[in-house]
Design a protein around this ligand. Structure first.
Ligand code: FE2
Ligand code: FE2
Length: 215
């Protein structure tokens, strides 16, 4: 299985070379790492399915942007993953399990993960949005869309996403702090809670530095 993983890793790496930095190859590497963290607790999961699902989950990210969002990257990615795995002569049952991890990984999708492997890939992906990495990615994304460094909670909640008044703080307030509630595995939820707690402390400090005399 390791030979197959390494072979597919090369294909994914190449596909993600034109993907925005928030969803680049390093994001995929962190998702694989997060999935491995969750699997230390979720012992019944099929590790090969999870690792290959995590590896392939964002393979169509750059395609989704190229076609201006006309097709969801999870759906397109699952079709692509199916072809890649078929080329490698992976049997239909195993292929289906991996492909479904890719198809159901998206936060906004109505297709919800059902198997433990699908849930782990979903949670592992969300974990990359919280904690210290989540802070880094939120600012990276805000910078890419022309948003500013910071604003008050009131202004952040009034601002629109992708507007000049948008901030990483708005993304935290409206979405990221609620990620633990959306997690599907117990281990994923516990890790997410710790990471969100860290983010809360960071934004409190940022507010103190900018809006008060306190350190
Ligand atoms: Fe994705
Ligand atoms: Fe992702």
């Amino acid at each position: 299985m390791e030979i197959l993983f390494n072979k597919i890793e090369k294909i994914v790496k190449k596909k993600l070379s034109s993907s925005p930095r928030c969803h680049d190859w390093e994001h995929t590497q962190r998702v694989i790492h997060n999935a491995e963290l969750i699997m230390e607790y979720e012992k019944t999961a099929d590790k090969s399915v999870v690792r290959l699902g995590a590896l392939l989950h964002d393979i169509a990210r750059a395609d989704e942007i190229a076609i201006k969002g006309k097709q969801c990257h999870a759906v397109r990615g699952s079709e692509l993953a199916d072809k890649i795995l078929e080329n490698e002569r992976i049997d239909e049952v195993l292929r289906g399990k991996i492909v479904n991890c890719v198809k159901k990984h998206r936060f906004r999708s109505t297709l919800m993960p059902e198997t433990i492997e699908e849930k782990i890939v979903y949670d592992a992906d969300k974990l990359d949005s919280v904690g210290a990495v989540g802070i880094g990615r939120a600012f990276l994304f805000a910078g890419r869309t022309g948003a500013k460094v910071h604003n008050t909670e009131e202004a952040a909640l009034k601002s629109e996403s992708y507007s000049e008044e948008d901030t990483a703080f708005r993304e935290y307030l409206v979405k990221l702090r609620y990620i633990p509630d959306r997690m599907l595995t117990d281990a994923g939820r516990e890790i997410a809670k710790k990471r969100v707690h860290y983010m809360a402390g960071f934004f409190e400090k940022l507010n103190r530095e900018i809006f008060t005399d306190d350190e």
